[in-house]
Design a protein around this ligand. Sequence first.
Ligand code: SF4
Length: 207
Amino acid sequence: MNNTDYLMLSGIQHFVFCKRQCGLIHLEQAWNENTLTLEGQALHERVDNPEAENRPNIKIERSLSIKSERLKLFGRADLVEFHKIDKQNYKPFPVEYKRGKPKQGLEDKIQLCAQAFCLEETFDCEIVKGALFYGKEKRRQEVEFNTELRAQTIKAAEGFHEMMKNNFLPPSEFGPKCKNCSLIEICLPESEGIKIEEYLNSHDSIL
Ligand code: SF4
C-alpha cells in the first residue's frame, strides 16, 4: 500500500459541500482559527449515547480507525455500534456526530456512507444503514446506504482524488452556502479561483 494514494475521509465532506473549500483545506492547508475552533468544539460537543450503551445487544467502539481500498480513503469513525444479529455475529452501524442541524446538502450523508464502505471492507459485511446525530436538535437521523447514495459517494471520492492528483484549486462557487463557510475571508469568493500565494503577492501591503 502506498500511503500517498489514500486521502483523509473527512475531505469528502468538504468536497461535496464546496470543491473550492476542499481545495483550500487539502491542497493549500488554508485553515483559519475559526475552522479549527469550530472543529475542536464539534469534537467536544459530541454527546454520549447512553441509550445504545445500556442496550445489551449493542457494543460500542469510539474513534475507530478505518480505511477503504475501494475509495482510497482513511480516517476515523466517531462511533460505531455493533448490533447483535444472532448468537455470535454483530453488524456495524456507524454514527457520525455533527454540530448544528441537518443540512440540505448531501455532504454529511456521503461522509457517513464512505465510513460504511470502510467498515464493510474491514468486517466483510453489508451495512444497510447508519445515523447522523445533530447536536443542536439532539436527535438521530437514520441514513440508508442505498444504490444512489453509494454511487454519489464513489463519484465524490473519485472527484476528490482527481482534484488532489491534478493539484487543481477549483474556482469559487459563490452562493448561499458561503455565509456558513469559515473560509470565506481566505476564499474571497468574488475573486474567481485565484491562488492564495498569487493574491498575497499582489497585495504586498498586507504582508
Ligand atoms: S466562501 Fe463559498 S466558494 Fe469560498 S470556499 Fe467557502 S463555500 Fe466555497
